[in-house]
Design a protein around this ligand. Structure first.
Ligand SMILES: O=C1O[C@H](COP(=O)(O)O)[C@@H](O)[C@H](O)[C@H]1O
Length: 268
């Protein structure tokens, strides 16, 4: 049984699931519903994803009923972060998503907007931002009404065990980036060192942001992110800096990741 509640401090909806399987079903339902509503409204669905466990957690989307009911042809997929490696490299987030998910559903190949893997990290970030700007002009991606940022229909991020999201790591200067939409890092504390990443203003401008964490190894950092005051510098944890204003923020956790959270929310 899922437990869900609103965390007033974070103004996000916290969904805690008894099992990973329940979480995977709820996440697939959530994405499929958002896709349906957004395609009705806008005719397209712009989704940005990260790498890591999230691809497996989204895995039910390539099973019945979603593989048939989702309007895959209307999807445009982006990567909120990417490792600057060849697309065939095992570290590539594109490869992970393609092999694990998108090769199994009828998505249009040209709607998978991955980075140019022949460029340096700086060049790849600039080019990726250019591509996104063009797609904002053609309304494939909406534009924010409040700032100069794209407004993705959904940004779906896995929280790392250190509290990082996309390739925004704790204590890194990239967390202060306010002007660029896509930037690059050459000293990632987790290998591989060279990556491109969406910046916080872009993440916080999305219509919907979903943060996902599973497994007991994420329970400690989740405690710092969701419950205040556990660590002195917990406010600078990247996942805690996801505060998309008037947009929707939903946290998808399994029981193991939520193990150390205080004051469990009320059961639905
Ligand atoms: O390096 C990365 O890690 C995170 C989370 O990975 P996980 O193995 O803890 O699931 C991921 O969100 C990010 O996109 C990726 O580049």
């Amino acid at each position: 049984m899922a437990v869900s509640g609103i965390d007033p401090k974070r103004t996000g909806e916290l969904r805690i699931h008894e099992t990973l399987d329940e979480l995977r079903t709820d996440l697939a339902d959530y994405i499929a519903e958002l896709s349906e509503v957004t395609v009705k409204e806008r005719g397209v669905f712009s989704l940005a994803i990260s790498g890591g466990c999230i691809i497996d957690t989204m895995g039910k989307l390539c099973e019945a009923p979603y593989n048939k009911t989702v309007d895959w042809a209307k999807w445009h997929v982006f990567w909120a972060d990417e490792r600057v490696v060849a697309k065939s490299h095992p570290d590539s987030n594109y490869k992970l998503a393609k092999d694990g998910l998108f090769s199994k559903v009828p998505i249009i190949p040209s709607h998978m907007h991955s980075i140019n893997d022949n460029l340096s990290s700086e060049e790849a970030a600039n080019e990726y931002e250019f591509v996104i700007r063009q797609l904002v002009k053609t309304r494939v991606i909406s534009a924010s009404e409040v700032c100069d940022c794209p407004k993705f229909d959904l940004i779906l991020l896995e929280i790392g065990h250190d509290g990082h999201i996309a390739s925004l790591f704790p204590g890194h200067t990239l967390l202060d980036e306010k002007d660029e939409w896509v930037t690059f890092i050459t000293d990632s504390p987790i290998a591989p060192p060279e990556r491109i990443t969406f910046t916080l203003p872009v993440i916080n401008s999305a219509s919907n942001v979903a943060l996902v964490a599973t497994g007991e190894d994420k329970s400690e950092v989740l405690q710092s992110i969701v419950n205040d005051g556990v660590e002195p510098d917990c406010n600078s944890l990247p996942a805690k800096m996801v505060q998309p204003g008037s947009s929707n923020l939903v946290w998808f956790l399994d029981k193991a990741a939520a193990l150390k959270l205080q004051g469990p929310p009320t059961s639905e």
